[in-house]
Design a protein around this ligand. Structure first.
Ligand code: IPE
Ligand code: IPE
Ligand code: MG
Length: 242
């Protein structure tokens, strides 16, 4: 039987994006449509996420960055924020071993200092356990905002007493949370919203964008394939001429 992923595989040099970033949006509307609590929409979103991580590893994507909680998401009702934190803990507890076995390196971007000690410990342990894995780097954006990240990078640069003449784009890159991670080739946003909502502002300078009306819990591996096929039809010029 022909493996369905055969025609979309990095190893076959098929121009599969090296780094995909996803704004997983629409969990709340998905739940509203079903007259169920928003927290159940987020739970369904985690199931979609698991399938997408697996598919990404299967087709040879090397970096996957997922927007899970923004610096602005603290403005949601306390009940929703705590449901999201609970889901996050559950995900790290239940999924990290399996991901580790499958060669996934898990990293977190964003300012996690605001989280509970318990959650910070959990994140640190998972990052430490998976740090040597090479198959796929899964970055989870938690309390992440692009402006917050750039602000923290500026602070780090000043604290480290860099000389003004030494500051260049490389130094700024090195002080961002995404240090060591290449810029996204493709950014996907679900749920029919056409905005960045403060995600990867610096890193998306030349990223290709793919928007879809599908709500995140309904986003399947086949939809990921479609987005990649769309990406493969783009001509990236990086300001040059072809
Ligand atoms: C995205 O879904 C998940 C998070 C922001 C945590 P939303 O919760 O934003 O869903 P909508 O946009 O209200 O439908
Ligand atoms: C962006 O979605 C954040 C995440 C997906 C985690 P939001 O739903 O928070 O963004 P806005 O408020 O619609 O811009
Ligand atoms: Mg939303």
């Amino acid at each position: 039987m022909i493996n369905k992923t055969d025609n979309l595989n990095n190893n076959n040099n098929q121009n599969v994006p090296n780094h995909i970033a996803i704004i997983m949006d629409g969990n709340g509307r998905w739940a509203n449509q079903r007259n169920i609590p928003r927290s159940l929409g987020h739970r369904a979103g985690v199931e979609a996420l698991k399938n997408i991580v697996k598919k990404s590893a299967d087709i040879g994507i090397k970096y996957l960055t997922l927007f899970a909680f923004s610096t602005e998401n603290w403005n949601r009702p306390e009940k929703e924020v705590s449901a999201l934190m609970k889901l996050l803990k559950e995900f790290l507890k239940k999924e990290s071993i399996r991901l580790h076995k499958n060669g996934v390196k898990i990293t977190v971007i964003g300012d996690i200092t605001l989280f509970s000690d318990e959650l910070i410990n959990q994140i640190t342990k998972v990052e430490e356990m998976t740090k040597m894995n090479k198959k796929l780097t899964l970055s989870i954006a938690l309390n992440y905002g692009g402006r917050n990240e750039i602000t923290r990078a500026v602070k780090k640069i000043i604290e480290n007493n860099y000389k003004v003449e030494d500051i260049d784009e490389h130094i700024i890159n090195q002080n961002l949370d995404t240090k060591g991670i290449p810029d996204p080739d493709l950014l996907i946003r679900t749920s029919g919203e056409y905005r960045l909502s403060n995600f990867l502002l610096w890193q998306c300078a030349y990223t290709e964008f793919w928007f879809t009306d599908i709500l995140w819990p309904d986003f399947t591996p086949m939809d990921l394939e479609n987005a990649i096929k769309g990406y493969q039809n783009r001509e990236r010029r990086f300001g040059s001429v072809k």
